[in-house]
Design a protein. Structure first.
Length: 214
């Protein structure tokens, strides 16, 4: 799961809690992005979704994290959602403020491949198998070398060393990357349909999306 911070402009006195963003303008990077979909996850959790009304009055498409931060201070957007630790440095500098946080109801990343790489027997091409092996090796090395991981994150990913160490406390990588549960995909599809990204009776069903089940 990934922690998504709910942020507004630092001087916005009208927005101080999650309840205050209901019916406001949500800032997103683009339609269908994580920042867009997570707005519907939030609305679903808060009980704001209904067939009669949208949870937000408007959606401001702002493309970049920088534009999102500017928009909540100018009033173009009331709030936006972004990964917690990426947002934190801007809380520290008082450019934006945190009004809440939620977690994704699924793991952060999934591995997808062309259907051409899955045989009729359901087994993946050796290149896909090789990818899984290398990912598992990389995760093992990452988990066994905490200081090296902190050094990389704090120098390459724009985190402070303190934030890198705190971030590592919140994440868990699977020992074996191969396979996904049907329940996870069904949950994703349900939210994406509520967000209007996927549509009932169009496209593949959740069970046919999965090549390798856990």
């Amino acid at each position: 799961m990934t922690g998504w911070a709910i942020s507004s402009g630092f001087d916005r006195t009208d927005i101080n809690s999650v309840a205050d963003v209901k019916g406001g303008t949500i800032g997103v990077s683009r339609i269908g992005s994580g920042s867009y979909v997570m707005g519907f996850v939030l609305a679903d959790q808060q009980g704001w979704l209904s067939a009669d009304a949208q949870p937000y009055s408007n959606t401001a498409i702002l493309n970049t994290f920088e534009n999102l931060r500017k928009a909540v201070n100018s009033g173009e957007a009331d709030f936006f959602m972004w990964e917690h630790f990426t947002s934190k440095r801007y809380y520290d500098t008082q450019e934006i403020k945190r009004v809440g946080e939620i977690y994704t109801p699924w793991s952060s990343w999934k591995i997808v491949a062309s259907t051409k790489l899955i045989g009729d027997d359901g087994k993946p091409d050796e290149r896909v198998e090789n990818l899984f092996q290398k990912l598992d090796q990389g995760i093992s090395h990452f988990n066994d070398n905490n200081d090296e991981a902190v050094q990389y994150i704090s120098t390459e990913l724009d985190y402070s060393e303190e934030d890198a160490r705190e971030w590592l406390k919140t994440v868990r990588f699977p020992k074996h990357t191969q396979g996904v549960s049907q329940e996870t995909i069904e949950s994703c599809v349900q939210i994406l349909r509520k967000a209007g990204v996927l549509f009932q009776s169009k496209g593949m069903s959740p069970d046919t999306m999965i090549a390798l089940k856990k």
